[in-house]
Design a protein around this ligand. Structure first.
Ligand code: MF3
Ligand code: CO
Ligand code: CO
Length: 266
């Protein structure tokens, strides 16, 4: 699959899809409280996307090769779940951390973003993992400009994660995005500076590091979707969709409820 370079019309539609995806996270935040089930969060997000925003939730029935169609409209990954957690009747409890991953389709274009939420009061360790993973994502984003390489992004993320005592999941990566949910290139969250694809103005891809408190190894659960850490350590993830501009980057998945980037990267 070739990398698509987006033109001004594509970019304007990606801005809209991206903002809408982020606004779903703004909308759901007050509902992420002890006692709620992930199925309830899924239903609320689904209804908001479909009935309020006029969007299609991209995950619903999404069926990449080797997978049964995904049965829900969002991903909800709790504690040691790394990604692709399937909403269920599981009740969130005080101290849980949960990633909510939203992908909207608006006017044929995709916006993909995820955030960590602390349910009630998190442990100091869980909060630190969420905060450092957020900074990993932003350190990756800060590398983006024409002429930089995918290896520069991966290296920035890996260096900060590992120097903080954490590990980077290898099996899942960021991805090109546009009219398709997952396009080329693959955006690895580890690597060496100056290696890999050179970035060009008009590329759009996600940066979505999955960082484990323990070892990097993962396994898939029996549902065929949910990914967990093999050593049952906590895992966190944040995701933005990013455009390469003439002199740097533009984050497509921003909205009023986004946390500002870490002060050292602003
Ligand atoms: N939103 C995820 C990503 O960031 C993909 C989810 S695929 C699904 O790429 F089928 F699990 F929804
Ligand atoms: Co993604
Ligand atoms: Co996503």
């Amino acid at each position: 699959m070739a990398i698509t370079i987006k033109n001004e019309q594509d970019i304007e539609k990606m801005r809209i899809a991206g903002r809408l995806a982020s606004e779903v996270l703004d909308y759901i935040e007050p509902f992420v409280k002890p006692g709620v089930t992930t199925e309830e969060l899924d239903r609320l997000c689904h209804d908001y996307m479909v009935n309020v925003q006029g969007c299609i939730p991209a995950p619903l029935n999404y069926a990449p090769p080797g997978h049964a169609p995904y049965p829900k409209s969002i991903c909800t990954s709790i504690n040691q779940q790394v990604c692709h957690g399937v909403p269920s009747d599981r009740v969130l409890k005080n101290g849980d951390i949960v990633n909510l991953d939203i992908t909207t389709i608006k006017d044929g274009y995709h916006g993909d973003t995820s955030r960590m939420f602390c349910v009630g009061t998190p442990s100091i360790q869980a909060k630190r993992l969420c905060d450092i993973t957020f900074e990993c994502m932003w350190r990756g984003i800060a590398q983006v400009r024409p002429g930089a390489t995918l290896g520069d992004i991966g290296h920035a993320i890996q260096k900060y994660a590992e120097s903080s005592g954490y590990s980077v999941v290898r099996e899942f990566c960021g991805h090109g995005i546009g009219k398709k949910f997952h396009e080329d290139p693959q955006v690895l969250h580890y690597g060496k500076p100056g290696t890999g694809l050179k970035l060009q103005e008009g590329m759009i891809f996600t940066i979505e590091p999955m960082i484990n408190a323990g070892k990097r190894d993962i396994r898939q659960m029996g549902d065929g979707w949910t990914i967990v850490t093999k050593d049952r350590s906590l895992s966190a993830q944040w995701e933005h969709t990013v455009l390469v501009t003439a002199d740097g980057y533009e984050v497509m998945t921003l909205s009023a409820g986004c946390q500002p980037p870490p002060a050292n990267l602003r």
